[in-house]
Design a protein around this ligand. Structure first.
Ligand SMILES: Nc1nc2c(ncn2[C@@H]2O[C@H](COP(=O)(O)OP(=O)(O)OP(=O)(O)O)[C@@H](O)[C@H]2O)c(=O)[nH]1
Ligand SMILES: [Mg+2]
Length: 363
């Protein structure tokens, strides 16, 4: 399962967002807790298509796609030099597939701000800078280690050249993700994880007033800075969303309508997380179970079959493919087949978002 780490300064609303995404009820904090342990939970990825398939097949079990969510400890300025929970935090970041950075815009005198003022742009840049410094530190150490060796192998020589290129780029305060490398250069670094290479989306945490106004101090600057770095931004009031999510469905809809919220935050966050990560869903259907599976864009039918079960990949013969949209329009598998819209695909077929797969296999 893919893992998303929630990062940000202390007391910006990370745990509140974690609770919202996972349905957990972890204690929130008003002060810098200095905790080093991470909360771990699972978020269900909402998907109307699964709702429709479930009503069509009436299965015993309906399974939505899932993403692991990790609420990491708050990061402070200087973490890359070991400040705060420093290295423990950075190790946590290293392990996840993508980052959700929470940035505080909300005003609340009861909630301490480590930097003693509200400034979303500065805070976002602080976090990005710490991640960058951690990468720089890593590259620097690696270069020194190679140079200190008695003999430099041809592979090390090549790695050194790539590391130096990398160093120059990071020194310009550019994230690793924007460094242009050839296939060969990339291969030389394949065993390393760069924090600034992780897909990241930014959640700006607003108070109710800012949310209603769809504005807050520093908004233009923040959007410009994020867009220059290729980061997606979602603006929401995490606390209101969390309170509403705990209500009965009928009350929930009423509050959403009143606040002009067209879809719950979890849907938006998950949709953007999917896009940022380059993920898509395919489905399996039947009277036992309707299920969404998560794969990276570009995955072949045979590999996708392996997600379901290794036997399906090993003994893969063909995939019977029905497009979700055709099924929704025509109303049944039989109708889709009658209209000639079902297809049989081989192992190299690239699975598309919304494909419904029946794998034919033989082991
Ligand atoms: N007014 C307001 N307060 C919020 C909002 N989101 C979170 N808070 C409050 O901010 C405080 C900190 O929230 P947490 O979710 O515990 O923050 P955190 O980032 O997990 O904090 P650490 O784990 O200590 O780093 C809590 O008292 C929340 O109730 C918001 O949207 N508006
Ligand atoms: Mg917390």
């Amino acid at each position: 399962m893919l893992a998303c780490g929630i990062v940000g300064l202390p007391t910006v609303g990370k745990t509140t967002l974690f609770n919202l995404l996972t349905g957990a009820q972890v204690q929130k904090s008003q002060y810098f807790s200095g905790r080093v342990d991470a909360n771990v939970g699972i978020a269900r990825v909402p998907d109307n298509r699964i709702d429709f398939l479930s009503s069509l097949y009436q299965p015993k079990k309906t399974t939505y796609a899932q993403i692991e969510v990790i609420d990491l400890p708050g990061l402070v300025r200087g973490a890359s030099e070991g400040q705060g929970v420093g290295n423990a935090f950075l190790d946590g970041v290293r392990k996840v597939d993508a980052l959700v950075q929470v940035v505080r815009a909300f005003r609340n005198d009861d909630v301490l701000h480590v930097e003693e003022s509200i400034d979303p742009v500065r805070d976002m840049e602080t976090i990005n800078f710490e991640l960058l410094m951690a990468d720089l530190d890593f590259v620097d150490k690696r270069i020194s280690r190679i140079r200190a060796g008695k003999k430099i192998t041809p592979e090390q020589k090549q790695e050194l050249a790539v590391l130096e290129k990398c160093m120059a780029h990071l020194e310009q305060e550019q994230p690793f993700s924007t460094l242009a490398l050839t296939e060969e250069e990339r291969a030389a670094l394949q065993n390393y994880t760069f924090l600034t290479n992780k897909p990241m989306l930014v959640v700006v945490n607003l108070d109710e007033e800012q949310f209603m106004a769809r504005d807050y101090p520093g908004r233009q600057e923040l959007l410009a800075s994020a867009s220059a770095k290729g980061l997606s931004v979602i603006e929401l009031c995490v606390e209101i969303e969390e309170e509403i999510s705990l209500l009965e469905p009928a009350d929930r809809d009423m509050f959403f309508a009143e606040l002009g919220i067209s879809e719950p935050a979890i849907n938006r966050v998950m949709r953007v997380a999917y896009e940022t990560l380059g993920l898509i869903s395919f489905f399996t259907v039947g009277s036992d179970e309707v299920k969404a599976w998560t794969i990276r864009k570009g995955t072949t039918a045979k590999k996708a079959a392996g997600e379901i079960h290794s036997d399906l990949e090993r003994g893969f013969i063909r995939a019977e493919v029905i497009k979700y949209d055709d099924l929704e329009t025509l109303g049944s598998e039989a109708q889709v087949k009658a209209a000639g819209k079902a297809s049989l695909e081989g192992k190299d077929y690239v699975v598309q978002d919304g494909d419904i797969l029946h794998i034919r296999f033989n082991v």
